[in-house]
Design a binder for this molecule. Structure first.
Ligand code: ATR
Length: 278
């Protein structure tokens, strides 16, 4: 029986077992995908056991706080994980542990599905400069968005990303937001702004380009305060749940040999789980 894991600390809130379990059933594969809580101090041993072939696994997903360490410990890191400095998907091939990062794919595939043509954007604004923002910037640069403006409370973090990702990426402090939305055709939120009980900052989307899209990579709640504002101002929006679902596709294919599809049944399954557990 082929087995794969998701490891993190904590990992019990991960929805990956639900997603992969659904695909295993759908394809009648006698495989298993399970959560492996591993503390930071035990992660190197976990990876060493995986590499030695003594663990039951062919590979798995890696989540917070192990993504950077996974990238350092893998034998063969592909160019995307290398550039992001973080891996979320591992697999063994002839005893060699490979690592990639599927978050940028998940981001782009979600928008391909729900708002085709999004990738024609010439100017995009990305709010936030954390780990998740990197994958978004990578995806935008990869599809040729000419101007990518990263806006962050801590300017230095945005500047670090601009330095890392090259000439199309520009760093700005928060007060620049209003001006930057002018003529932009894509706005991506990667922060928890407006959640955790704080009030969302008012964002005026009215000067964005005709047909502009606002999307969020946060998916709990599905309609984030920023998406709610964009909708009330008449803009098209896409929620972040599809990014979670699509980032899981390449890993499942590596471990279990079938490329699964993100469909409405899967989406409904995860939404029902979110409603049960919050
Ligand atoms: P992740 O890996 O999920 O992106 P992170 O690395 O903690 O998480 O980054 C969170 C992002 O949300 C950062 O851009 C953070 O801004 P700072 O770099 O200034 O910390 C942003 N963020 C979180 N809470 C915020 C708030 N109340 N106001 C403005 N930005 C906030």
């Amino acid at each position: 029986m082929v087995k794969a894991f998701v490891t993190g600390w904590p990992v019990k809130h991960s929805r990956s077992p639900l997603i992969h379990g659904h695909w295993l059933r759908q394809h009648g594969i006698s495989g298993e995908y399970r959560a492996e809580p591993v503390a930071v101090e035990d992660f190197a041993d976990f990876i060493a056991t995986l590499k030695s072939g003594a663990s039951p696994y062919v590979g798995g997903n890696v989540t917070i706080p192990h993504k950077e360490m996974a990238c350092r410990l893998a034998d063969k890191v592909d160019s995307i994980a290398g550039e992001l400095g973080a891996a979320n998907t591992l697999w063994l091939e002839d005893g060699v542990l490979h690592a990639t990062n599927t978050d940028a794919h998940g981001f782009a595939a979600n928008l391909d599905e729900r708002h085709p043509g999004w990738d024609q954007a010439k100017k995009a604004v990305v709010l936030g400069a954390g780990g998740a923002s990197r994958a978004v910037i990578y995806a935008l640069r990869d599809c040729g968005v000419a101007e990518i403006h990263v806006v962050n409370r801590t300017l230095e973090r945005a500047q670090e990303l601009a330095d890392r990702f090259g000439a199309s990426v520009h760093a700005h402090p928060m007060p620049a937001l209003a001006e930057l939305t002018q003529g932009a055709s894509l706005f991506v939120n990667t922060t928890s702004l407006g959640m955790d009980g704080e009030e969302a900052p008012a964002i005026d989307f009215s000067a964005m380009a005709p047909g502009a899209l606002v999307t969020d990579i946060v998916y709990v709640p599905l309609k984030t305060p920023i998406l709610a504002q964009a909708q009330s101002q008449g803009l098209a929006t896409v929620d972040g749940l599809g990014m979670l679902l699509h980032q899981a596709v390449p890993g499942f294919e590596k471990w279990f040999g079938v490329r699964p599809v993100v469909d409405e049944t899967l989406r409904a399954l995860v939404i029902a789980d979110m409603e049960r557990h919050g």
